[in-house]
Ligand binder design. Structure first.
Ligand SMILES: Cc1ncc(COP(=O)(O)O)c(C=O)c1O
Length: 400
């Protein structure tokens, strides 16, 4: 009898060995109560949340919550159908309108998750004879989209403009090509040089898709992302985003000015062959997106938080993923998984939750403690966080 699970044996063993040391399982934490975007109760203890993607703190916004409750009352708990059958309600159209207004673009298509947005758009537009040139550190959903469409994939070194250009020039003449980039890379929190990369892509005749999952709402004058901040948003063919980060709920989307964009609704399998988002979710998303258009003060405070945490951690002696704070993500590089897990647990015991990230999600085999800031973290909370890092870092020997 075959054991199709045998390929997981090394991972099972590594996990068992780690837990045998008495460590809390870092991938099985329960949020017993969530009090606000920045505080939860974990293991019965008040815990500052510094490992969520709740960048703009919209999850407890009273208008967002009211919109969700109203939609639940008016439209029920779910649509029980695909967008192309019975699953398009007024709320789905309203959130697509909100996205078009937010990005000032002609078309918006909402998916059930951001993962499905990448999977669907990439696999549908780039097929077996097409070429996708992508940053090697791209998110799993981008790689899975490439695999589903069976396109020829050509990765290039992370954020390397010359490497991108070289790969583009090697593609056979006449072939259709798509360049896929991210605004913010979520593991190290660094930003792509989109100005140069979009120019190089266009000069070589490629269409460009940018995943702005970790920049929407925060980066750019209107929160449209890194493409806006670097002045190239009008040259980008597709922007992919998610409702699961700054928007504060769940769902994914693609916005575009391409004149033939709407045909995707009939040919994109991860859009057609799955149920649409519940009415309460699209109502919360639409309300949140419209409020994010008018959130310049929150964006400014989030930048202050990011700078304060980055400077404080560096001063304590931690090695960080980027020299300067470039986004709301500050990654602390750990020497190995054992030390990383010990530090993660020490922080939790102090009353701080961060993300422990490890390969294959991380680049170059790194173990990271990823801190993601929220616009609602107060200056005082950032100070508390630094105190906890100092104590946990000394207790585990990560800093002296
Ligand atoms: C860059 C990037 N793209 C897409 C996604 C998927 O988003 P969702 O959580 O909506 O599936 C993520 C999620 O972490 C992401 O980091």
């Amino acid at each position: 009898m075959s054991d199709l699970f045998s390929k997981f044996d090394p991972l099972i063993q590594q996990r068992d060995e780690l837990l045998a040391t008495g460590l809390t399982d870092p991938f099985n934490l329960v949020m017993e109560k969530v009090e606000s975007p920045t505080v939860a109760i974990c293991n019965g203890k008040r815990t500052i949340l510094l490992g969520t993607y709740n960048y703009m703190g919209m999850t407890f916004d009273p208008d967002v919550i009211a919109a969700g409750k109203q939609a639940l009352d008016d439209f029920g708990s779910g649509t029980t159908g695909s967008r192309v059958l019975n699953g398009t309600y007024g709320g789905h159209k309203a959130v697509e309108e909100a996205l078009k207004d937010f990005y000032a673009m002609d078309h918006a298509m909402v998916f059930s998750t951001g993962y499905q947005a990448n999977l669907g758009v990439i696999s549908t537009i780039a097929g077996k004879d097409d070429y996708i040139v992508l940053d090697i550190d791209s998110h799993a959903s981008i790689y899975d989209g490439c695999a589903l469409g069976n396109a020829q994939i050509i990765p290039f070194r992370h954020n390397d403009i010359e490497a991108l250009e070289k790969r583009l020039k090697r593609i056979p003449e006449g072939a259709d090509k798509l360049v896929v980039l991210e605004g913010v890379y979520s593991m190290l929190g660094d930003v792509a040089p989109l100005k140069e990369m979009v120019a190089v892509s266009k000069a070589n005749g490629a269409m460009v898709l940018i995943d702005e999952a970790h920049s929407m709402g925060f980066i750019g004058e209107n929160g449209r992302g890194v493409a806006e901040a670097q002045g190239v948003i009008d040259d980008v063919d597709f922007i992919i985003g998610t409702f699961s980060k700054s928007v504060g709920t769940v769902g994914g989307f693609c916005v575009s000015n391409h004149p033939k964009f709407e045909i995707l609704r009939l040919v994109c399998r991860p859009y057609v062959f799955t149920a649409s988002l519940p009415p309460s979710v699209v109502a919360t998303a639409a309300t949140s997106i419209r409020k994010l258009m008018d959130s310049a003060d929150k964006r400014a405070h989030l930048w202050e938080n990011s700078k304060r945490l980055h400077a404080g951690l560096r001063q304590l002696g931690f090695e960080l993923g980027s020299k300067e704070p470039q986004s709301a993500i500050i990654a602390v590089i750990m020497p190995d998984l054992e030390k990383g897990a010990a530090m993660w647990e020490a922080l939790l015991n102090e009353g701080l939750y961060v993300n422990l990230a490890r390969p294959p999600a991380t680049p170059a085999g790194m173990t990271l403690l990823r801190c993601s800031l929220c616009a609602l973290h107060t200056e005082e909370q950032v100070g508390e966080v630094l105190g906890m890092f100092a104590a946990a870092g000394r207790a585990t020997g990560c800093i002296s």
